[in-house]
Design a protein. Structure first.
Length: 225
């Protein structure tokens, strides 16, 4: 199982496995780094990679000039590779079994807003403007559901059920689908956007089915949410 060929094939499969574009880019980079390491160690066959090989690689990663999460991503990419190969019986033994991603337990948590600070943020959109109504709906949906920004961008009009106050997340991480509750407040702001704003912008691009649009009727790409 030639290293360069097998890793290249897996890198090409990442998108079809349901990973987000950002994750695909990071995993490809991590796998390229691992491939370089194996070449330096004159390991040409993935079947000869042992747990000690992974431990030694992890030790080298720890000494690199990267942030903690970046180091963890480099190891995670390798773990996903071997999980894929063993799941499909291309390898009998996973050399990454028991390997913990680098220092993830030491990752610092970001600052958390107080409830009052969060309410202050939610009051920022100017509700006299169509853009303000849209932005308010976006903020309330994110706050109520905790969905990812990528999931928000992928939402379509028919993913909204205002009667039951839920969202259907059909393009979640790993292509997993789920239903999340909106709550009365977020549902109310989303209803206002759908009734007062989106119809005006959608006239410019009637084929667009994405939920949140720009004033030009195009898919909105949130820059700050």
């Amino acid at each position: 199982m030639e290293v360069t060929v097998t890793i290249a094939e897996y890198k090409n499969l990442l998108k079809s496995l349901g990973y987000a574009d950002s994750t695909v880019a990071l995993y490809r980079w991590g796998l390229e780094e691992f491939c370089k390491y194996l070449k330096e160690k004159e390991i040409a066959d993935l079947r000869t990679v042992s747990k000690q090989t992974i431990i030694d690689y992890q030790a080298m990663v720890k000494t690199g000039p990267f942030a903690v999460e970046t180091k963890a991503t480099k190891i995670r990419a390798v773990k996903r590779l071997f999980e894929y190969l063993t799941d499909r019986s291309q390898l009998l033994i996973n050399p990454c079994d028991g390997i913990i991603e680098t220092c993830r337990d030491k990752k610092a948590l970001g600052a958390v807003l107080t409830q009052q600070q969060m309410q202050n943020v939610l009051q920022q959109p100017n509700m006299s403007l169509r853009t303000g109504i849209r932005d308010k709906a976006i903020m309330e949906v994110l706050y109520a559901t905790a969905i990812r920004v990528g999931e928000l961008r992928a939402l379509e009009v028919y993913d909204v059920d205002l009667r039951d106050e839920v969202l259907f997340i059909r393009k979640g991480k790993g292509r997993k689908q789920r239903v999340v509750p909106l709550g009365n407040r977020a549902a109310g702001h989303l209803k206002e956007y759908l009734e007062k704003v989106r119809p005006h912008w959608a006239k410019k691009n009637p084929k667009e089915r994405r939920l949140f649009l720009s004033s030009a009727g195009l898919l909105l790409i949130p820059a700050v949410y």
